[in-house]
Design a protein around this ligand. Sequence first.
Ligand code: OGA
Ligand code: NI
Length: 360
Amino acid sequence: MAEVNIRNERIEMLKAFDAAESGVKGLIDSGLSKIPQIFVRPSDEVAQELTYKTAEIEVGVIDLTDIYNNPERRKRVIEEVRIAAETWGFFQVVNHGIPQTVLDDLIDGVKMFNEMEAEEKRKYYSRDPTRRVQLNTNYDLFNSKTANWRDTLIISSPDEIRSDELPSPFRERTIEYSKQVTLLGRIILELLWEGLGLEGEYLKSMECANGQQMACHYYPACPQPELTLGTTKHSDIGFITILLQNQINGLQVLYQDQWVDVRPIRGALVVNIGDLLQLVSNGKFKSSKHRVVVNSIGPRISVASFFSGPSSEVKRYGPIAELTSEENPPKYREIVLGEYRLKFLKTGLDDYLGLNYYNL
Ligand code: OGA
Ligand code: NI
């Protein structure tokens, strides 16, 4: 009975928080010094944190200079990309062709948007999946066990959006960045594909460079950072993610049972492999678990561009035949995109089991 009451109380708190439509930023602006209970992780989870070692190693940085003019360099870069994808599932890229001003302007735009009057922002606050631009605190707020200290503006197909659908502080900035990141995504997918020893034709037929979703995250400074998380441990569900982050630490990748900081490098972009690429590569490329911790300083800002395949509900993906053999049989069963995405959206991030649902 007590448990039911606690659960109902939590649901009421979540509803009240969501109905205010002012997000975590709104809590901070109200001047609170303790975080609300809905954000507090269970004490055993917090205690377990102490058993993790923090590693002194670092995610690799790959320089994309000259990969189109110098075939020798291109070969070397493909090797670096392949090794990073097989081991860490994470790497950073520099000299990727997107100008620093485009990156800085987008970060500034996300900051300006989140710091607008609550009334202005409220126009975008929504959980309606048919809206192409949605602001909310945690897409899984009502499904997860603990809420995350993060507000997110989600933009579907930013490469196709009309500028008046976007909040005014970052209309042009979003469109410019999205155009450039779409091209970069194609380039990186091409390198990954070549790293698998597959032809460019595959890339086209798989449609993994079609369709993009952008998540602009805002992680306010937190008065009790050790009690909560910015983003719960998870892997991304698409093919790849390209992430822009400001200069505040927070992103960590789980590598050999240790949390490793993905240190912000000015001008660099973080690339990580998602579950769909692990699935089609039959486990050769790794979709690593990662999370975001919060700080007493902030805001931390990041923009994730998810390359998650076409919008089609019925397209199927399974391990690529060329990458399997008698000695290396398929490790995963085929998925249907619509169901695959729905399962993710309906499950809290802390419960979602990723590719474990599809193991053979
Ligand atoms: C994500 C994610 C990391 C970050 O959006 O999937 O892992 O640094 N984001 O915000
Ligand atoms: Ni992620």
